[in-house]
Design a protein around this ligand. Structure first.
Ligand SMILES: NC(=O)c1ccc[n+]([C@@H]2O[C@H](COP(=O)([O-])OP(=O)(O)OC[C@H]3O[C@@H](n4cnc5c(N)ncnc54)[C@H](OP(=O)(O)O)[C@@H]3O)[C@@H](O)[C@H]2O)c1
Length: 322
């Protein structure tokens, strides 16, 4: 089978498209023929080994996982002896990062718990775009942010994967939603239905007068106090990721803020695939649709990794694997 393999950290050119042996599933694993995968922040960090903190997770001196890729959609080709939920031929999808990586390839063996059945009306490309970013949005807005009908919501980093799902989830609650991003994405965001749009290269939303009930942040570029200023009383600020120094500050200040203020700050600890049944239902009802950048070919992965790093993509970058 073909797979993108890397043996040292560096720019996306360290990825080499190689022919390697097709893996065999262990007792609790399934062998998936991958039909589509997505580019994620994890892949970007894993390949470069940066921020350096991530090397504690991905391997100190060289990568532990030699095939990146954490989201996939495909069909089951073989199952291990103890697999209960799937059989050969089933169409599946999921965020596999809790059990391993390896979706920049034609096949992967992964624990059956990393996958769910793909609804027939969802294409492989749509499914590959959903699992990770939609879960960040649902868990950030609903589980942690406690979104309620009619709230004023701001999504920072709104033109990427999480933000485009975030808008669609927030609209189910009739929220008034402001999206912050830049470049060509602003046009796509307007079309998708954001009520207000802020170009972060021209304006700083934390220096404006508007206040919000809920802020969902994919980038966390600022110190915590700046977000508190633009939260209404009882408001929630929810970070899903971003600059590690600002995230540490937020985690340290969280207990103090809840003691002295009615506002609160939170960090999402993603539970992969937890709410995919809910998303499948919304998809079937036509209430949610992934924004897909691509699909690109497997051989284009190093180029689209650069494109992801430049932040020029709209929604999710998808790679089809023929
Ligand atoms: N909490 C968890 O358990 C967990 C697990 C996995 C991943 N994550 C994190 O979750 C986030 C995923 O977000 P995503 O998939 O939506 O990422 P994404 O597709 O890269 O989208 C992020 C968007 O933010 C924009 N942006 C960059 N700098 C900005 C700024 N200063 N202000 C406003 N927007 C800015 C980017 O555009 P430009 O670059 O063009 O400006 C891009 O459009 C990542 O931070 C990831 O590390 C969290």
């Amino acid at each position: 089978m073909k797979a993108f393999v890397f043996t040292k950290y560096g720019s996306p050119e360290v990825l080499r498209l190689k022919k390697i042996a097709k893996p065999t599933p262990k007792a609790n694993e399934v062998l998936v023929r991958i039909r589509a995968t997505a580019i994620n922040d994890y892949d970007w960090s894993m390949i470069r080994g940066k921020p350096y903190m991530y090397r504690l997770l991905f391997g100190l001196l060289k990568p532990k996982h030699q095939i990146p890729g954490m989201e996939l959609a495909g069909t089951i080709e073989a199952v291990g002896a103890n697999v209960k939920s799937f059989e050969p031929g089933d169409a599946v999808y999921g965020d596999i990062s809790e059990y391993g990586f390896g979706s920049f390839a034609e096949y992967v063996c992964i624990d059956e718990k990393a996958l769910v059945h793909k609804p027939p009306e969802m294409s492989f490309e749509e499914a590959a775009a959903i699992s990770h970013a939609a879960m960040l949005a649902v868990q950030g807005l609903v589980d942690i942010g406690k979104i309620e009908k009619g709230m004023r919501v701001l999504i920072n980093g709104a033109g990427g994967g999480m933000g485009t799902f975030g808008l669609q989830i927030a609209k189910l609650y009739n929220a008034e939603v402001t999206g912050v991003d830049t470049g060509n994405k602003l046009k796509m965001m307007k079309k998708l239905g954001f009520d207000h749009i802020v170009d972060y290269k021209k304006e700083d939303f934390t220096k404006k007068k508007e206040q919000y009930d809920l802020i969902l942040d994919a980038k966390t570029t600022r110190p915590t106090y700046r977000y508190l200023k633009v939260l209404k009383p009882n408001g929630n600020y929810v970070s899903v990721g971003g600059y590690l120094n600002q995230i540490f500050l937020l985690i340290i200040l969280k207990p103090l803020i809840s003691l002295i203020s009615t506002k609160s700050v939170h960090m999402v600890a993603l539970k992969p695939n937890k709410d995919l049944d809910y998303i499948n239902q919304l998809f079937a009802e036509g209430k949610i649709k992934p924004i897909i950048d691509g699909p690109y070919k497997l051989s284009e992965v190093p180029d689209v990794m650069h494109y992801f790093g430049e932040g020029k993509h709209e929604g999710k970058i998808i790679v089809s694997i023929a």
